[in-house]
Design a protein around this ligand. Structure first.
Ligand code: COA
Length: 208
């Protein structure tokens, strides 16, 4: 049955080269289970962006979660309270939140805040962000900076953190970054190693 299936994504995606790859995949993925029996050399496996997944909550129930981009309505869903589990994050008025949201939207794809919403409670339970730094080095290459990864206390240990980090890594790869980097405390070394990172160099900081 696989033999008869739909042909090659390149043909379809070629004319849409200027459209965001993720948008194309989101539309085409249900159609693209491609195995081209007549031309095995052309067989392509296309991975859906890893935005949908099932995970077990602390009550043992499996729930389907989705990683998506931060939206303005997430202010009312506990986004800044969640950030408060990582570092100081005093509550923001709606207008303060919207002003900062607009600043970040202006950066386009170079700044992306990912969130996971609990479909049952409607609360934001995990987040992480990536900033794409465009460089002159290495032939005008780019570096991804992962920041502000936090999972709600009640949901830790269910691999949400790892999923968020993997999602951010995938975004960095998709835009051609040659590496992703982040800072963390020594206690989190193992967590990030499990996400594929290796320790490199020394972090320096100057606080104001
Ligand atoms: C760090 C954090 C994001 C991890 O999220 P999480 O969803 O609980 O972690 P995961 O379940 O995805 O962990 C993935 C793996 O790393 C391990 N791990 C997670 N945190 C760890 C830690 N602190 N020390 C050692 N191993 C850890 C898990 O056991 C798991 O291992 P496994 O694959 O063998 O089962 C979460 O603990 C958190 O929000 N902490 C507070 C905020 C923070 O410090 N953020 C990091 C900023 S750099």
């Amino acid at each position: 049955m696989q033999n008869s299936i739909i042909l090659i994504s390149c043909i379809l995606t070629g004319p849409f080269a200027t459209i965001n790859k993720h948008q194309i995949f989101r539309v085409l993925m249900p159609l693209l289970h491609i195995t081209c029996a007549s031309f095995p050399a052309l067989t392509i496996k296309i991975m859906a962006p890893k935005t949908l997944f099932e995970a077990e909550k602390t009550n043992g129930h499996k729930t389907e979660f989705k990683i998506r981009q931060l939206e303005i309505s997430d202010h009312a869903k506990g986004f800044t309270e969640l950030l408060g589990q990582l570092s100081q994050c005093p509550s923001l008025s709606q207008s303060e939140f919207e002003a900062r949201f607009a600043d970040l939207v202006a950066l386009g794809d170079d700044h992306h805040i990912a969130v996971v919403e609990d479909p049952t409670s409607g609360r934001i339970i995990a987040t992480g962000s990536i900033f794409i730094e465009k460089k002159f080095l290495r032939g005008c290459s780019s570096v991804g900076h992962i920041e502000d990864v936090v999972v709600d206390k009640a949901t830790r240990g269910g691999h949400l953190g790892q999923r968020i980090v993997n999602y951010l890594i995938d975004r960095a790869k998709a835009v051609g970054c040659y590496k992703v980097i982040l800072d963390c405390t020594p206690e989190l070394r193992v967590f990030y190693e499990k996400c594929g990172f290796v320790e490199k160099n020394v972090q320096m900081a100057l606080y104001f």
